[in-house]
Design a protein around this ligand. Structure first.
Ligand code: P53
Length: 478
């Protein structure tokens, strides 16, 4: 067996989940309804998460997988014990906003919601696991969507600020690592899921999306400011759905196209990490007649409160072409991309590119020189348990091994600064893109299917023991 150079001392190995994809208990202990609850599995899911089809409440004949999900809400002790058994140093999870403020605009938080996360964080610390908390992972209380129009409304900044202040105060000493908005660039691709946006006919959707993005960016800077005021030890990060674009050919038009598409994503991080709107964005808005309402004090706030680190998800690289004739899209992906003939793909058509992770790490490092955190990476696959219930998921091990090697190269050969790595869906959970259970990422199998049948029993897959060894050897035995 090859022995690889070790990762930095104190490297934060772990796994990641999101509240709505694992907690269930959607109406328990005073929790309010959220956008993420009312997105069903099936063909209408995409138009709904994209804000094109209206779904503001449950409707008969649809199945809503997040209602029960994998019931982490009642099983967190068992699940965290399994994470601890793998040796997790960190556990990335998110807060369900509507557990803390059920409607979103209340002045006082819901104690039962606060108490739940306090118990979860204390459970993590019992095992020496450092929580890494996403403040909003695609969720927005439904009341804020119905009454205020979601993040298009500037008042959301105030409600989000209240949420943050409550969290930072209550969990001071329990949580040190915070992420403000999961995959903030998702607002452009899945605006209902990303920002509670639903579009009326004839609306200038880009205008609405960028205005909402401005509100999120201001809210993110405000959160960073408050986090530091309340506890100077707090580290606040932004979060990008990353993946470098490659030009489809060396034709300069294709190179230009890939640069433009990369900028569409880095735009958010340019603001969060550098503290100002990049010129290319201002010019583009001007050319497209997009007029963003920015208050004078916003710009100073953005400038003075940049993030401490940059986190991102990475599943795949992407390919760009300026030629409409070759724009055959990769299947099942929210991000438009052309197929890369040099890569294999997952059962959901996501192309597998470990070197792309090294390229992405280097690009982000070159652009910002801020510490990074990979907070999602993994393979969504169909797992078939054998007659004893065991899943021999060598395909998942292969995927992760190659990506960890790429990370190792970026650190030990290229010198990027990387704080940690949390694999996506360390326990099987509901897919954000499709609502399926059968698109599994976990080291831990959960007995539940797409229709919601199953005992919810947890069992260890082959990758469980493999990842345990990776962590125990600090990445030197893969
Ligand atoms: P699923 C698309 C492209 C890149 C990242 O995705 C994405 C998506 C959404 O599908 O989202 C992140 O579950 C997200 C997680 C999500 C994970 O990727 O569709 O932060 O909530 O589960 C994987 O396979």
């Amino acid at each position: 067996m090859t022995i690889y150079p070790e990762f930095p001392k104190n490297f934060l190995w772990g796994g990641a989940t999101a509240a709505n994809q694992c907690e269930g208990a959607y109406d328990v202990d005073g929790r309010g309804l959220a956008n993420v609850d009312v997105v069903p599995i099936g063909k209408d899911r995409f138009p709904i998460i994209a804000g094109q089809k209206k779904m503001f409440d449950f409707e008969d004949s649809y199945f809503y997988p997040a209602k029960e999900s994998i019931d982490f809400y009642h099983r967190y002790k068992e699940d965290i014990a399994l994470f601890a058994e793998m040796g997790f140093k960190t556990y990335r999870m998110s807060i369900a906003w509507s557990r803390i403020f059920p409607k979103g605009d209340e002045l006082e938080p819901n104690e039962a919601g606060l108490d739940f996360y306090e118990k979860v964080f204390k459970e993590c610390h019992r095992y020496g696991i450092e929580p890494l908390v996403t403040i909003t992972h695609f969720d927005c209380p439904m009341h804020l969507i119905k009454e205020y129009g979601g993040w298009r409304n500037r008042q959301l900044i105030t409600f989000y600020e209240r949420l943050c202040r409550t969290l930072f105060t209550r969990y001071k000493g329990l949580v040190k690592y915070w992420l403000t908005f999961n995959e903030i660039n998702m607002i452009l691709h899945a605006p209902f899921m990303g920002a509670g946006l639903y579009f009326e006919d004839g609306e200038n959707q880009e205008q609405v999306k960028y205005q909402a993005a401005h509100h999120e960016l201001v809210a993110s800077a405000l959160a960073t400011k408050i986090a530091h005021e309340i506890e100077p030890e707090n580290k606040v990060g932004c979060m990008l759905a990353a993946g470098q674009y490659y030009p489809n050919t060396p034709h300069p038009d294709d190179v230009w196209e890939s640069l433009k598409l990369d900028r569409e994503n880095y735009f958010f991080i340019d603001v969060q990490a550098r503290g100002e709107y990049p010129n290319y964005a201002k010019k583009e808005w001007e050319q497209k007649g997009i007029d963003i309402n920015i208050e004078p004090k916003d710009l100073l706030l953005l400038k003075e409160n940049t993030v401490d680190f940059i986190s991102f998800s990475y599943y795949s690289s992407r390919v760009a072409s300026a030629d409409p004739a070759v724009k055959e899209k990769t299947a099942g992906n929210i991000f438009a991309s052309i197929k890369n003939p040099y890569l294999t793909e997952s059962e959901w058509g996501w192309q597998i590119d470990p070197l792309g992770l090294r390229i992405t790490l280097n690009t982000i490092w070159d652009r910002y020189q801020k510490p990074m955190f990979i907070v999602e990476n993994g393979l969504g696959a169909v797992d078939t348990p054998d007659e004893t219930g065991y899943v021999a998921d060598d395909y998942r091990i292969d995927y992760l091994r190659e990506h960890i090697k790429a990370m190792n190269d970026a650190i030990n050969q290229d010198g990027v600064e990387l704080w940690g790595y949390t694999t996506w869906g360390c326990i099987d959970l509901v897919s954000a893109g499709t609502g399926e259970m059968k698109k599994r990422y976990g080291f831990i199998y959960v007995d539940r299917d797409n229709e919601g049948n199953g005992s919810l029993k947890r069992s260890k897959k082959k990758s469980f023991d493999w990842y345990k060894q990776v962590i125990a050897t600090n990445g030197s035995m893969l």
